[in-house]
Every structure is written in structure tokens, then in C-alpha cells.
Design a protein around this ligand. Sequence first.
Ligand code: RIB
Ligand code: CA
Length: 313
Amino acid sequence: MAQDRHRIILDCDPGQDDAIAILLALGSPDEIELLAITTVAGNVPLRLTELNARKILELAGRADIPVYKGCHRPLVEPLETAEYVHGETGLNGVDLPEPRMKLTEGHAVDAIIEIVMAAPAATITLCPTGPLTNIAMALLKEPELAARVKDIVLMGGAIGLGNVTPAAEFNIYVDPHAARVVFESGVPITMLGLDVTHQALVNRPRLEAIRALGTPVASAAAGLVDFFNRFDSDRYEVDGAPLHDPCVIAQLIDPTIFKGKPCHVAIETEGGSKGRTNVDWFPREQRVANATVINEMDADRFFALLTERLARL
Ligand code: RIB
Ligand code: CA
């Protein structure tokens, strides 16, 4: 029997890799029901992340999916953005038209609460691919949310080195207090951090396979990835950038592409290691695991899946 579809809310900060995650979800209707996109400040300010989400949905002909605007800054820290990676618009690499679709009325935090609380228990998956501000605010505002949501599958953190500081990955670094709320919530979490996403390098052959699809969506995706490649491939001196956020959606579509194990994850919120995810991988401390931490993937299978699903749009 076909598995039930994953009913998800994608909370994101587009961002080229967030955009590819949206497209992968849209190209996988047998496995993913994308209920809503909620947007948060991160890669670029909120006024751009919400606009970019609407641009990508219109590119894919899916203006029927609601987009909500969420938190414009982290819980405590000042907002730090990443135009140095994503460009001034957040979607540099493609020039998409102004969207005709409007934002859906209401705050993203309220939308997350309303959608989850209106659905049968344990049927909605939250998929954050940006800073965790909206998710944390929803957990704080609705005391029953943690017990009601099915799980959280997120891109963020690292077992090893960070990418903003040696200690911290961007999504957790930008809002470490929100990350602490989420990781201490008791909600089942699957964490896809840099250790695994850095195995999803979109090298030239993989990029050209996407471009060769020849559709407007694939051409736009190739343009986004081509731009996204330039910063990380120079910094890490590798052939291609890590395509972080689509790993979240791929993990839902085909979990066999990925490997990991339950670990305790603690979040540092202060000092030079602010934003660090301390993953007790071995484990050294006797604390109950609060996340399944993914550390391995089959990149060839991932890119084959991504290319095949983009071809459907
Ligand atoms: O560290 C990578 C993550 O930060 C990705 O989600 C990227 O889009 C940025 O949000
Ligand atoms: Ca992101």
C-alpha cells in the first residue's frame, strides 16, 4: 500500500536552496502535500523571503498554496542576513517576475498553530529550512502544539564545523534561542546538518543534468544553483555548493537515501560558540536523545531524485 503522504508546512527563508526545496516538494505530490509556506527572516530580510516564496510558487504554477509572512527578526539576537551567499534579492541567478499572487492574511505563527491544531493529532510535519523563530514562537504561543504536531524535519546545525563561525551553522546561529526552544520542546526532530548537506554538492554534471531538462522551471533552478555555487565552491574549494534545504524534503520522500541515529542535541546561546549544536554522537553524556541526527547520504540517489522531480514541473 502506498505510504500516506507527508502533510507539511515548509517554513523557509528563500534563498536559492530553500527555493529548490519548495520545487522538490511540488514535484512530489505522491509523497508530499504542501499545505502552506511560512516565511521567516534569515538569508535575506522577511520582505524578500516572503516575496521570493511567492515568486517560486508562481514559477511552478502553484499560486494556490498559501504563503504567510512570519517573524522579521530572531527572538533575542539582532537579525544577521546572508546576502554574501544568496545575493541582494535572495534569489540571484534568475530574474523572476513580480508575483500576482498575494500573501495570505494572518501571521505565519498563527497559521502554523491553526493548521496543526485543526488537523488530526500527529499528522502534520513542520519542515523548517531557515532560522527557527516562527517554529519557536508557535511552540511558545500554543502550549498544546508540541504534543499535537507529528514531527519536525529541519535543516540546521552541525556535528562538526559550522559555516558562519567554526562553531555554528547559519540557521541555528541566527536564532539560537529559538533553536533551544525547538530542541527542548519534546517534539520528534530529524536534524539534517552540515555534515550531511555538505555531501549534496551540486557539481557541474549534476547542474547540467538539471539544465538539460530544458523546462522553464528547470532552467530557473539551474540559474539559481549556478549562482548559489559560486560562493561555497570557492570557500570550500570543492566542485559545487552544498544543496542544503532540499535534503529535508528528500528525507521525507525517500528516507533510505539518508542515515543517522538518535542523539542528544544541546544548543549554545551565549559566547563565542553561540549557535553551536552540541551533538552527543558517541554518546558521552547520559541524556535522552531529542533528535535523530543525519550524518550520511547517497548523493547520487539524491540528485537523481531531485532531477526526476524537477522534470515533472
Ligand atoms: O547553513 C545553511 C542554511 O542557512 C540553509 O538553509 C540556507 O538556506 C540558510 O538558510
Ligand atoms: Ca534556508
